[in-house]
Design a protein. Structure first.
Ligand SMILES: NC(=O)c1ccc[n+]([C@@H]2O[C@H](COP(=O)([O-])OP(=O)(O)OC[C@H]3O[C@@H](n4cnc5c(N)ncnc54)[C@H](O)[C@@H]3O)[C@@H](O)[C@H]2O)c1
Length: 371
């Protein structure tokens, strides 16, 4: 993900009308090969160190992006915040709920630091239109919400283990810590908060090659289905909200999707068909789904014309534009044009912690998220 940011910064000229530009001047990675890529491709780079505290001590560095295994989030995020660096962090923003709480406590001690968490899918133009519909209340009373992020990344049982497949480094949440924040971002921003959760978590592939000829336990949850009773924070109405996160979803490459069904209208979006927003408006008296071709019409304008296609790296570029806009101007352009806030990350930890308890007990577990 560090290189994704490097690439986005290198094509900042793609954006038009931005009054802020990221310049990568320093990099840290314990793997020299990972640093070499930045040394070869980032012309403004002045510092490369295997010790991240060197970067934090560098007065030229105003903001940092920290994309590391989850067991390192707390220490590095707190060190960055304490050093007064603005922070773009990664999900799950702390390996577990206590780690997340300590990061947020550190932020309270440094209120001038702008810290956010990555989540790029809401920046697809079709999703921004979808979010505009949520914001203007066109759905009426919500009937149900279904959101998910489905991969087939772990379908191959011979894929060697890595840090994301180990509790020690990925965390007990398993797939929820990996994909969950992406799924929660829009519902949480909409003010749809789970009151309780019944979770079914699956560990389908219990061991994997260790990369050295042997096999070792793969102890993380591969798939998670969370059925929540959610409440609309504006109206208090409750409705079912299903959140799915799967690393073993045959037929899905990287499918992020959202469906909202309301009493006045419905809408759905999936990255399987990223140019299209599907809507259903009952007010016309018919139940006809409509397909709206959204083209290349992102929030932050670019040199690309509207007839072209939008993709993952474009979402990353837009997300970075959104973060830097917020950093410089103190607020997002619109409600759904902001990256995940630390408070939203804390809500996700409440949900995933309750989901783990639900899996353990088989019970529906309250979620401590205020609606
Ligand atoms: N936003 C997204 O779509 C998205 C996608 C994938 C991963 N992620 C998140 O990004 C983060 C990193 O995931 P990734 O896929 O890039 O992992 P990765 O394993 O590809 O990269 C992690 C990097 O951290 C480096 N590292 C490890 N320990 C370090 C230390 N002490 N100091 C400096 N560098 C160190 C590693 O050498 C490696 O280069 C995770 O939080 C993950 O959940 C986000």
């Amino acid at each position: 993900m560090g290189r994704e940011f490097g690439s986005a910064s290198a094509r900042w000229c793609h954006l038009t009308g931005m009054d802020v530009k990221p310049v990568i001047t320093a990099v840290s990675d314990i793997n020299p090969k990972a640093m070499e890529w930045f040394q070869s491709h980032m012309p403004a780079l002045q510092q490369a160190s295997p010790d991240y505290s060197d970067v934090l001590a560098n007065p030229m560095v105003e903001a940092v992006y920290i994309a590391v295994p989850h067991n390192l989030h707390e220490r590095m995020y707190r060190d960055a915040i304490s050093a007064g660096k603005h922070l773009m962090g990664e999900k799950p923003f702390g390996i577990d709920k206590p780690a997340n709480a300590r990061i947020l406590a550190c932020m309270r001690d440094h209120p001038d630091v702008v810290a956010r968490c990555c989540s790029e899918f809401p920046f697809f133009p079709a999703m921004q239109q979808f979010c505009g519909m949520i914001e203007s209340g066109v759905f009426g009373r919500i009937i149900e919400v279904n959101a998910g992020f489905l991969h087939s990344s772990d379908l191959n049982t011979e894929k060697p283990i890595n840090w994301k497949r180990r509790v020690e480094t990925n965390g007990e949440y398993g797939v929820m810590g990996d994909l969950g924040m992406h799924v929660c971002h829009v519902p949480f921003r909409a003010g749809w908060f789970p009151r309780n959760v019944r979770a079914v978590l699956s560990n389908i592939v219990a061991e994997r090659p260790d990369g050295q000829g042997g096999r070792i336990p793969c102890d993380t949850w591969d798939n998670a289905t969370l059925l929540c009773e959610a409440a609309d924070s504006q109206t208090g109405d409750t409705f079912p909200m299903t959140l799915k996160m799967q690393r073993i979803a045959p037929g899905e490459m990287n499918t992020w999707h959202l469906e909202v069904k309301g009493m006045k209208a419905c809408a759905r979006f999936t990255t399987r068909n990223p140019q299209v927003l599907e809507t259903l408006d009952y007010q016309a008296g018919k139940q006809d789904w409509k397909q709206v071709m959204t083209g290349y019409t992102p929030v932050f304008s670019t040199i690309t014309g509207p007839i072209f296609e939008f993709g993952f790296p474009d979402g990353i570029l837009q997300m970075w534009a959104a973060y830097l806009h917020e950093l410089v101007h103190g607020a997002a352009i619109r409600k759904f044009t902001g990256t995940v806030t630390p408070a939203e990350s804390a809500m996700s930890h409440e949900l995933f912690t309750s989901a783990l308890e639900s899996q353990r007990t088989g019970a529906t577990v309250p979620v401590g998220v205020a609606a």
